[in-house]
Design a protein around this ligand. Structure first.
Ligand code: NAD
Ligand code: IPM
Ligand code: MN
Length: 366
């Protein structure tokens, strides 16, 4: 297989974990005889420093022509006081929007070796296996106007969705539930927001097209509570952009660390941008201790979902399981009786374990 992959390391730990992704991809290529051409481009603060904009046209063009995109993270204190349009985060929002990547899939699965790494009780998190599906190109993130008014004494952000934008993400969620445990939780704030009432209506209409899927509606405040008290009750969870952002960071606690979560941002034709859920982690950037597993698992998602390389993806996921089972962890985690390692050491161990095959579940059906 011959594929063009765009790498967007971005800022902070984004650059460190992108090195891990490259090593894993090279290992897959040489083991399975694939050719992955890796092209690095600038985004976020890195692009601001080099080109004066968080999303240069040449980065957009390269991404449009690519078979898949891998992104590290963007942002950091250096750029926090820039005007809204020049912030690193605009680069990330811009690439998602310009490629039409409306579905953000964030699988959250408890790793057996990490059950005691979570501040939550093992009995609560055991067996949890959730797919959070977050709408990614609408809602408060993109609604216009978004501005200060009345000489800076008032402000407006706009929550705007077209019916069709809600329909396509809700369809995606039903279809994902069909190939998983056939349970869909739709999360909204229908007791307050008009957008949520329309969302709920659409979920109810669509449920007639997917009679094999059981639907439950939860208000977002209660959903936040249930995620950490009864996470086993969830299978697929679908929600709008901002709720999904918040709930997925919360759900990462089930795995022991935000550094564990991968994600795929896709559109209907399978084109995808893959990135860990976490940010640039300025508090640990440059120390060489970032957890690379969210990124490495994002590479696995890319191989499975965009390239249909199931065996290769499963091999990476099994190697991650094995590495944790052997007791290796970065400082954001802790494994009793295990060994703390750096980003580079953890990556090398995963790569080594990729050639040691064993049987375990894949991370996610979506
Ligand atoms: P963050 O996700 O960067 O960090 C939150 C906490 O989790 C920090 O304590 C950090 O050290 C820890 N953490 C995150 N990833 C880790 C990893 N791989 N290994 C070990 N620990 C990890 O969120 P934040 O601090 O709120 O935001 C920092 C910057 O990142 C901001 O500029 C924000 O806009 C940006 N951000 C970017 C993305 C993205 O690019 N997708 C996502 C979230 C935040
Ligand atoms: C994420 C991030 C981004 C988001 C920010 C950096 C714009 O938090 O990918 O989860 O809110 O979508
Ligand atoms: Mn986020």
């Amino acid at each position: 297989m011959n594929k063009q992959i765009i790498l967007l390391p971005g800022d902070g730990v984004g650059t460190e974990i992108m090195e891990s992704a490259k090593l894993v991809l090279n290992a897959v290529a040489s083991e399975f005889g694939h050719s992955f051409a890796l092209h690095q481009h600038a985004i976020g603060g890195d692009a601001i420093d080099q080109y004066g904009t968080p999303l240069p046209n040449e980065t957009i063009k390269a991404c449009q022509q690519a078979d898949a995109i891998l992104l590290g993270a963007v942002g950091g204190p250096k750029w926090d006081s820039l005007p809204a349009n020049l912030r690193p985060e605009k680069g990330l929002l811009g690439i998602r929007k310009s490629l039409g990547l409306f579905a953000n899939l964030r699988p959250v699965k408890g790793f057996t070796s990490l059950l005691h790494a979570s501040p939550l009780k093992e009995s609560v998190i055991k067996g949890s296996d959730i797919l959070i599906i977050r709408e990614l190109t609408g809602g408060l993130y993109f609604g216009k106007p978004s501005e200060r008014r009345e000489n800076g004494n008032a402000v407006v952000d706009t929550l705007y969705y077209q019916r069709s934008e809600m329909e396509r993400i809700i369809d995606k969620a039903f279809q994902s539930a069909q190939i998983r445990r056939k349970h869909l939780t739709s999360v909204d704030k229908a007791n307050v927001l008009e957008s949520s009432r329309m969302w709920r209506e659409i979920v109810n209409e669509k449920s007639k097209d997917y009679p094999d899927v059981t639907v439950e509606h939860l208000l977002v405040d209660a959903a936040a509570m249930k995620l950490v008290t009864q996470p086993n009750q969830f299978d697929v969870m679908v929600t709008e952009n901002l709720f999904g952002d918040i709930l997925s960071d919360e759900a990462s606690v089930l795995t022991g660390s935000l550094g564990m979560l991968p994600s795929a941002s896709i559109r209907s034709d399978g084109v995808g941008l893959y990135e860990p859920v976490h940010g640039s982690a300025p508090d640990i950037a440059g120390l060489g201790i970032a957890n690379p597993l969210g990124m490495i698992l994002s590479v696995a998602m890319m191989l499975r979902h965009t390239f249909h390389l199931e065996e290769e993806a499963t091999e990476i996921e099994q190697a991650v399981h094995e590495t944790l089972r052997q007791g290796y962890y970065t400082p954001d985690l802790h494994i009793k009786g295990g060994k703390q390692v750096s980003t580079k050491e953890m990556t090398a161990i995963v790569v080594e374990n990729m050639t040691t095959k064993s049987v375990s579940d894949s991370i996610c059906s979506m």
